[in-house]
Design a protein around this ligand. Structure first.
Ligand code: MSP
Length: 670
């Protein structure tokens, strides 16, 4: 019988406003999406994972004005923080959409026009209370305050009365169609509590929706009527179709639309579960399978948000222990639908108990014994005994249950299943005491069987945790002597043991060092000097629309004849600083040269670098490297160079040492 191929999987996050720096709340949605994307890939599905930024509207206009720059320049500055954070968290979207991209703006205008032609969009007059912060008109049932104003129920800020000529979307015509859809697709809104909320809202009646503004200039112009800008939510929601090729790449669009899951925070449920499906119905596009409204991360029992001043900077945790502990904690601690209160105590406790103790110790104990007792290679084992068979069986069952949980988006439960297995393997080792078996050479075949069982368990565990702990899973994979990437494992082919286990295991390094709570809290409450939250980020030009091509491998550098020694004083005269690249172009007529505009924190400069035979201008955008900042300016091929970057050079090839860490532009290098 022909095997049915699995359907493609398309997962999205909300596109984040560029009026804010990303915090742990934003990171949460993107981490869920990344884990699902990795899981589905390992399940053999073709996957598309989309995230991006929401760059139009009054909020962004306002934030830009406050910083004295135009909105696009502001968006260019803030978007880098999102790129950097996703990279630091090992999140790998397939595409990063910005609503200021041409491909998006054109798509939105086209969809607007279609609805206009159809009569689902019409022109009228709107007067109502509008919340600038949430970009939302307040519903009429909200009562007036004593001072005659209305307060936005979502953010608690004062709303303003806005009156203007506007285009309306005929939302009222979709009330029954939406209710029918909810009834026939009970999984359309998840969890169930959110479906109930949405259904009762729609049952309460839907009014037509104002979808343009004349008061907001920073937006996509209405086709043929540019005095009107398209309302930021009509603009933003369509990123989910423009981001996978609507009107641009029919094959891609056909493959992935409709989305399998739109992951959103519960704050934006109505937009996604009412307006968005109505827009799609009007454009005759199929509806997504599921809108999943996850809970909020709270700090001190309040939703983390910049306005409340209780946001947590993910970099503090990433710098201290890498991305995996944060990914694990956020996904393990609460079911996706519920709220969670973030406490550092809770975080450290989980890292120490689940990661350092349970998993980290198992890896280091098992591998150290294989190395100490068998020089790293397990010999022919003795027969499988019932205790070993139980572990094998437990793995098979864990695998099935964990996969089923991942598939239903219950990531915390998938991890619970895997950790129950890890606990069982730790117990198995304690019960079978390899350290005792080792003392009697006659028991070495038994010892080999026990350690083989432990190694097979670790191999299977590495694959199962890979969607959530990609970096650590890969390390375990490599410590076991496995070749390639754990992400290439396909779950339907994942067996408990493998011929690969005859190979030598490597010396493991501690995967998750235990964290001392007191020391950590002392460090955490210091001013976040290394944090990305407050740093001045560079202005960048239009970012590449897809993940950047890999940077070429460094060339082999032949040993150069040594130069005479310099004194410390001579060396101290040189001023080395961190530069962020904000623009890169080729120098006309010079095949080796690139002209770079760099940010040195306090100023921007232009330098000329002879690296064009190794790097394209796009590959250098947003990169951070060291420059000599106090070098006499020089004119190279008619272009002034105000400094010099450092690179290894071999023949025509060069290799620039880039900073991976989030170092601010202009930082001194000593
Ligand atoms: N730009 C709109 C979304 C448009 S989608 C077509 C927006 N942006 S936002 O930046 O304000 O928030 C986006 C999302 O960030 C929220 O829906 C949620 O997914 C996530 N979170 C922001 N703060 C959060 C918490 N404190 N906790 C959990 N998630 C939170 O709304």
């Amino acid at each position: 019988m022909e095997k049915k191929s699995k359907p493609p999987f398309y997962v999205t996050t909300p596109i984040y406003y560029v009026n804010d720096v990303p915090h742990i709340g934003h990171a949460y949605t993107t981490i869920i999406a990344d884990a699902l994307s990795r899981f589905m890939k390992m399940s053999g599905r073709e996957v598309f994972f989309l995230t991006g930024t929401d760059e139009h509207g009054q909020k962004v206009e306002k934030a830009a004005a406050e910083h004295g720059v135009d909105p696009k320049a502001w968006a260019d500055r803030v978007v880098v923080r999102f790129f950097d954070l996703w990279k630091a968290l090992d999140c790998e979207p397939d595409f990063f959409i910005r609503t200021t991209m041409d491909l998006h703006e054109k798509g939105v205008q086209k969809l607007f026009q279609i609805l206009l032609d159809k009569g689902d969009i019409y022109k009228g007059e709107y007067k109502g209370w509008y919340c600038v912060s949430d970009e939302n008109f307040l519903t009429e049932d909200i009562a007036l305050e004593k001072d005659g104003t209305k307060i936005c129920p979502d953010c608690g800020r004062k709303a303003q009365v806005v009156s203007e000529e506007t285009y309306f979307f005929r939302l009222s015509a979709y009330q029954q169609k939406l209710l029918d859809h909810y009834a026939s697709h009970p999984q359309f809104v998840r969890p169930q509590s959110r479906m109930n909320e949405v259904t009762s809202f729609v049952r309460g009646g839907l009014k037509d929706l104002s979808i343009t503004r004349t008061t907001v200039k920073w937006g996509i112009p209405v086709p043929g009527d540019p005095a009107h800008s398209i309302y930021v939510w009509f603009d933003a929601l369509h990123n989910y179709v423009t981001g996978i090729g609507y009107d641009r790449d029919p094959a891609l669009f056909k493959k992935f639309w409709p989305a399998s899951i739109h992951l959103i925070g519960k704050d934006i449920l109505r937009f996604h579960a009412v307006f968005w499906p109505a827009f799609l119905m009007a454009s005759d596009l199929p509806l997504p399978d599921c809108v999943f409204g996850h809970g909020w991360w709270l700090k001190d029992e309040a939703k983390m948000s910049k306005s409340k001043g209780n946001v947590l900077d993910p970099y503090v945790l990433i710098h201290a222990m890498g991305p995996d502990p944060l990914r694990y904690f956020l996904l393990r601690e609460i079911p996706i639908g519920l709220d969670g209160n973030f406490s550092h105590e809770g975080f450290i406790h989980r890292v120490n108990s689940d990661l350092a103790n349970d998993l980290g110790n198992l890896v280091s104990r098992a591998l150290t014994m294989i190395r100490n007792y068998f020089a790293g290679t397990i010999p022919e084992p003795g027969p499988e005994e019932p205790a070993d068979a139980d572990v094998r069986k437990a793995f098979e069952e864990t695998k099935d249950r964990a996969i089923a949980q991942y598939e239903s988006y219950a990531l915390n439960k998938a991890l619970e299943e895997i950790w129950a297995f890890i606990t069982a393997v730790n117990k198995y080792l304690a019960d079978n005491a390899p350290w005792k078996l080792h003392k009697d050479p006659a028991l070495h075949p038994r010892l080999a069987r026990v350690l083989l069982t432990a190694a097979a368990s670790l191999r299977g565990t590495a694959a199962l945790v890979a969607p959530v702990l990609p970096g650590s899973a890969q390390k375990i994979w490599e410590y076991l002597g496995e070749s390639g990437s754990v992400r290439d494992v396909r779950f339907d082919l994942l067996a408990f043991d493998s011929p690969g286990l005859g190979q030598a295991v490597r010396a493991p390094e501690p995967l998750f060092p235990r964290v001392d709570l007191k020391a950590f809290l002392a460090e955490e409450t210091k001013p976040a000097k290394e944090s990305a939250m407050d740093e001045q980020k560079p202005l960048t030009p239009e970012q590449p629309s897809a993940p950047q091509p890999p940077i070429p491998a460094p060339p082999v550098v032949p040993a150069a004849p040594a130069k005479p020694l310099v004194t410390y004083d001579e060396f101290a005269k040189m001023e080395f600083r961190v530069a962020h690249v904000i623009e890169a172009v080729k120098v006309e007529g010079a095949k080796k040269l690139l002209k770079l505009r760099i940010d040195l924190g306090t100023e921007q400069r232009q330098i000329v670098a002879g690296v064009a035979e190794t790097y394209t201008p796009e590959q250098l955008l947003g990169k951070k490297f060291i420059v000599i900042a106090n070098l006499q300016p020089a004119v190279i091929r008619g272009v002034e160079s105000q400094g010099m970057l450092l690179a290894a050079v071999a023949g025509d090839k060069s290799a620039i040492p880039f900073f991976e860490a989030d170092v601010p532009a202009g930082a001194k290098v000593k």
